[in-house]
Design a protein around this ligand. Structure first.
Ligand SMILES: C[S@@+](CC[C@H](N)C(=O)[O-])C[C@H]1O[C@@H](n2cnc3c(N)ncnc32)[C@H](O)[C@@H]1O
Length: 285
């Protein structure tokens, strides 16, 4: 069998991906690295290096998956978030750029050397908890998820990054009885069940349990808001990511739960995607 060159593979893949990806060349480069261990630097040094048949077959398999719409992060099993390289499995959501707005909102509220208690509910790959652990090394961070498989991945990511987070399997606050935190942070599922927008997008490859939250998309946000007062210290903060059209309903849920000082944070498109609120300092129980 004749061997092909890296440049030929890259050219063919970029062409094949032109109709199904906004970033065909970048995707092709990432697949070349994933399948053939040829990164940009190695490619630039020798674009016509030969790729053996075994690697070419692996490359073709990854390319077919990408052409079917599967996110590159699942194909390669990794995604960068907050400059942390996170591994993913079939139970973890691909961390999104807007979740970095949530991390920033928490960091803005926590002084650099604060030894405070933080819990990340629904941690998935560990993205939020691990970003906070990297930025606030003195904070005592707990991270929970209902999915044992997601937690396995988060634990592995923490070990790989050398970051200290306490993980526990939990259904929102069920295993946190009697525990109080300075900050509760969560990017919970908030998509309406049967949302037609998701039927053909990349989200169809993601775990349903990480996305869907009842017919109005609010069932998880509702449970978290309802449990927040009992698990926040006085003046503690709840920080939530949510859908672009859920800001008003969420503010109502937060107020109804007794939280105050509600602040919304916009994404780069000017849509409110993160909201914080505080437990009144006067409420000590
Ligand atoms: C939108 S994903 C967010 C994952 C991660 N925090 C991130 O931002 O990339 C929601 C996560 O909540 C978890 N989850 C769903 N229902 C839950 C529940 N009842 N209790 C705890 N976690 C839950 C899912 O398994 C999933 O990992």
């Amino acid at each position: 069998m004749t061997e092909t060159t890296a440049s030929a593979l890259l050219r063919q893949a970029t062409g094949a991906l032109a109709g199904c990806s906004d970033t065909p060349r970048l995707d092709a480069e990432m697949l070349l690295q994933g399948a053939c261990d040829i990164d940009r630097t190695a490619f630039a040094r020798d674009p016509d290096q030969l790729v053996n048949n075994e690697k070419e077959i692996v490359f073709a398999g990854l390319l077919a998956r990408r052409c079917s719409g599967e996110p590159i992060a699942y194909i390669l099993g990794r995604k960068e978030f907050w400059s942390l390289e996170l591994s993913l499995n079939e139970a973890t959501l691909v961390p999104r750029p807007e979740t970095e707005i949530l991390v920033q909102a928490v960091l803005d509220a926590v002084p650099a050397n604060a030894a405070i208690d933080i819990v990340d509910l629904g941690t998935g790959s560990g993205a939020i908890a691990l970003a906070l652990a990297r930025e606030r090394p003195l904070a005592r961070i707990t991270a929970t998820d209902i999915s044992a498989r997601a937690l396995e991945q988060a634990i592995q990511n923490a070990a790989h990054l050398g970051l200290s987070v306490r993980f526990c399997q939990d259904d929102w606050f069920a295993a946190l009885t009697g525990k109080r935190f300075d900050i509760i942070v969560s990017n919970p599922p908030y998509v309406r069940e049967n949302d037609p927008a998701l039927e053909c997008g990349p989200a169809r490859f993601e775990p349903a349990r990480a996305l869907f939250a009842g017919t109005d998309g609010l069932s998880c946000l509702r449970q978290i808001c309802a449990g927040a007062m009992e698990h926040l210290k006085p003046a503690g903060m709840l920080a939530l990511e949510h859908g672009h059209d859920q800001q008003t309903m969420l503010a109502t849920l937060l107020s109804a739960a007794g939280l105050e000082s509600i602040v919304h944070f916009d994404d780069h498109a000017g849509l409110a995607r993160v909201t914080t609120a505080r437990k009144p300092a006067s409420i000590r129980k």
